[in-house]
Each structure stands twice: as structure tokens, then as C-alpha cells.
Design a protein around this ligand. Structure first.
Ligand code: ARG
Length: 438
């Protein structure tokens, strides 16, 4: 009857529709490396524990290595009849080495096998993401160092608020990314637990050595509870949550840069190689890369919601619903890594228009707080100083002047506390650069 690896108790072939509906091979084939690595470690453990002969373990391992090569060379036959990557590898092993292949699945279920593959995958992806965050931080640090002299308006409510340096603005993102890195490192702890040996959910009566398998695969811990081992997807959710928070940061950075590249702001110009054109308007230069980063944040948030929703009502332990964790997980990793790859280059090639930033500071009243703080230093309560400077701003608006245009006489009309040294404040861009808190 059925050629299925689980076909023993079945008297009918699986319906074609069911085969297609349940298959995950189209997307879980990318776990082949983790699956084969896990199987090789499992075979070694079985031999060491005396559960299978050493020569047979060696035969299994040799076959698995050949299968890995076949997949890498694109010579491996994938079919939805074999459901998933685990079944594919095992069936192919049978074709290669015969019935000995049947010993590989001793003391193992696809439930702990798929959990193991995912743990290995998430661990690798965390390392990759952290490496890419590092590269982005390096570019931000370099740009911040080069732009300590670039004074620009800092914004609240998207209204010019107080002058800051471009360096300080960029460093805000640097520190967000530093927290992201810490968050991913914490997530690594959740992924660094080895589930193999839990089998379907209840472990095995065979004398396996889980510590040894864990050691071979580089895990620092093993699950203490077999039901938890096959039911847990916290580490997937943690990876996607960290990614979602990271995407909030990348999206905000993208939004700032999109605004800055408009003619209204005109603080930066994206390099031609990192912008796109319009099919109808010949003059257009669009920040599509940045818009896509902002947009892709949405799909990562959606992925988080998907996995949370898949998991929330599941009775312990494994349920097939959990197969639905893979696409959101893979998509998250691809999306985040894609964004992290393109941003450093976009940032380091963009043109920064320091003069325009400076002009924007000068055209605004963003130096007003300095005048209020001046009066505070002369002994005036801050609320009173706020009121005085507010009146000065209103006066300047009527007279079409800047605060720094006022004469000492005009200053004194607002408060007797103003002295000769108030005129120094007109050189406030220098002060911004020298401000201690950066
Ligand atoms: N493809 C399945 C998944 O991704 C593998 C585990 C299947 N286990 C089972 N008992 N049917 O979750």
C-alpha cells in the first residue's frame, strides 16, 4: 500500500489534495542543513550509547553527507508526496543505504526533530542579524563623527524645536540599535536549548544521552521537560519580537531620511544608485528603498501576530498548526537581513547638505530656549523667563526679525537682566557643537 514512512496502519493512499495541503517541503527545504546536522549528531549519539552499531552510524552519516551535497548541487528530487524536509532526507537515505536508514529515527520523532532544526536556524539567524546590526552601527558611528559640526534643527511634533548636531541625531539611532543587539542576545538564550530526546512528547525507554547530542550540536542547555521541548516556540516568537522592534527603529530612520530628502527639507540627497525614478515624471528621484524599509516593518509585525495567534490556543504538546510558524519566521529573517544589508550603503553614499541644515536653524526660533536659559542663569525663575522670551519671539515675528538680530536696547526692553553677553548667543551654532550632552 502506502509508501509513506508512517504508512503502516493505513489502508488507503492519501488523497492528492491532502498531500498538497499538508506538505511543507516548498518552504521547509531551507532547513536541510540544520536537519542533516541534527541527524548526524543523533546518529553519533545512538552509536555512542550502544543503541546502534558504530559502523551503521558511520554508514548513515556518510549517506547524510551525500544527501547534503545533492541538495546543494540542485540534484535532489523534491516531491510533495514526502511532506517535509525530514521525510525527504530519510527517504533518500533509505534509497542510498537501504534498511539501515530506518535506524536513524530511533528514539526520535519529527516533533523534536523539527524543534531542533528551528532552534539551530534561529541561533544562526540571530548571529547573522547581530553581525549586520554591527555593520550599520559602524556606519552611523562614522557619520556621527564626521558630522559633529553639522547643526540642524531638532524636532518635536515635527516642528523645529532646538538646534542639535546631525551627529547627535544619528547617534540616537546608534543607541537604539545597541539595545536591539542586547535584545537579540537575550533571545539567543531562549534558542540555545536542545529539544532532541523528547521524541513525540514523552521521551523514550531507550538509553539515549541527550547531553552528548546537545554538546555535539553546540547547545548550552537541554530542555528539562519533554512536553515543553516539543511545544515551545517562545524562541521563534522572541526572534520575531526582537525583529519587530528593530524594524520600528529602521522604519523611523527611513522616515527621517525620506523627509530629509524632500525639497521641503532638502537636508540630504540620496545617491543615484540608491534611489529610483518615475515612469511618467522625468524629474523624479524617489526614496523607494527607504519607503520599502518602512513598509516592510508592517510585514514583520504581521509575522509576529501570526505566530502568536497560531500558538495561543494550542493544547500541549505538538500540533500540526505549528508548521505554520515557519513561513513567518523565514520571512522575518529574510526581511530584516535584507533591510540591514541595504541601509549601511545607502547611508554612506548619501550627500549631506550641511548648509541647508544650518539655514533651517537660522530661519527658525529654535534658539529661543537658549535665551530663556540665559535669563535663568541671571536669576530669573524659568517660567518667567519662558514668558519673556515668548514675548520676544512674538515681537520678532511682527518685525520679521530673528532673536539674534535684536539690539541690546531691544533686549533690555524685555528684561533688565539682559546684558552685553546676550549678543554672544547669536553664535549659538558653536554652542550646540560644544554642548556636553551628546
Ligand atoms: N512539517 C512538520 C512541521 O513543520 C514537521 C513535524 C510533523 N510532525 C507530525 N507529528 N506530523 O511542524
Amino acid at each position: 500500500m502506502s509508501k509513506k514512512l508512517w504508512g503502516g496502519r493505513f489502508e488507503k493512499e492519501t488523497d492528492d489534495l491532502v498531500e498538497k495541503f499538508t506538505a511543507s517541503i516548498d518552504f521547509d527545504k531551507r532547513l536541510y542543513e540544520q536537519d542533516i546536522k541534527g541527524s548526524m549528531a543523533h546518529a553519533r549519539m545512538l552509536a555512542r550509547a550502544g543503541i546502534i552499531p558504530k559502523e551503521e552510524a558511520a554508514e548513515i552519516i556518510k549517506g547524510l553527507l551525500e544527501i547534503k551535497l545533492e541538495i546543494e548541487r540542485g540534484e535532489f528530487p523534491f516531491t510533495c508526496e514526502l511532506e517535509d524536509i525530514h521525510m525527504h532526507v530519510e527517504s533518500r537515505l533509505f534509497e542510498k543505504i537501504g534498511p539501515v536508514a530506518g535506524k536513524l529515527h530511533t528514539a526520535r520523532s519529527r516533533n523534536d526533530q523539527v524543534a531542533l532544526d528551528l532552534h539551530l536556524y534561529v541561533k544562526e539567524k540571530i548571529a547573522e542579524v547581530v553581525g549586520k546590526i554591527d555593520e550599520l552601527m559602524k556606519v552611523l558611528r562614522k557619520l556621527a563623527a564626521e558630522n559633529r559640526d553639522a547643526v540642524m534643527p531638532g524636532y518635536t511634533h515635527l516642528q523645529r524645536a532646538q538646534p542639535v548636531t546631525l551627529s547627535r541625531h544619528l547617534k540616537a539611532y546608534y543607541y537604539m540599535l545597541r539595545r536591539d543587539k542586547e535584545r537579540f542576545s537575550k533571545a539567543l538564550k531562549g534558542a540555545d536549548i536542545m529539544p532532541l530526546g523528547a521524541c513525540a512528547l514523552a521521551g523514550t525507554t531507550l538509553p539515549i544521552d541527550r547531553e552528548y547530542t546537545g554538546e555535539l550540536l553546540g547547545f548550552s542547555r537541554i530542555y528539562e521537560n519533554t512536553i515543553d521541548a516539543v511545544s515551545d516556540r517562545d524562541f521563534v516568537i522572541e526572534f520575531i519580537s526582537c525583529s519587530a522592534i528593530l524594524m520600528v527603529h529602521l522604519s523611523r530612520m527611513a522616515e527621517d531620511l525620506i523627509l530629509w530628502s524632500t525639497s521641503e527639507f532638502d537636508f540630504i540627497e540620496l545617491d543615484d544608485a540608491f534611489a529610483t525614478g518615475s515612469s511618467i515624471m522625468p524629474q523624479k528621484k524617489n526614496p523607494d528603498v527607504l519607503e520599502l524599509i518602512r513598509g516592510k516593518a508592517g510585514r514583520v509585525f504581521g509575522n509576529l501576530m501570526s505566530v502568536l495567534t497560531v500558538m495561543k490556543g494550542l493544547p500541549l504538546s505538538y500540533n500540526r498548526d505549528m508548521q505554520e510558524d515557519k513561513e513567518p519566521l523565514f520571512d522575518t529573517a529574510d526581511t530584516v537581513i535584507g533591510c540591514l544589508k541595504v541601509l549601511p550603503k545607502l547611508l554612506s553614499t548619501m550627500k549631506i547638505k550641511k548648509e541647508n541644515m544650518k539655514k533651517a536653524v537660522e530661519e527658525s526660533f529654535s534658539d529661543a530656549t537658549y535665551y530663556a536659559e540665559y535669563l535663568v542663569k541671571k536669576g530669573m525663575p524659568f517660567r518667567a523667563a519662558h514668558e519673556v522670551v515668548g514675548k520676544m519671539v512674538s515681537y520678532c515675528i511682527k518685525k520679521n526679525k530673528k532673536l539674534s538680530d535684536l539690539s541690546l536696547r531691544e533686549f533690555k526692553n524685555f528684561s533688565k537682566l539682559f546684558d552685553e553677553d546676550v549678543l554672544d548667543l547669536s553664535r549659538y551654532p558653536e554652542k550646540v557643537k560644544n554642548k556636553k550632552v551628546l
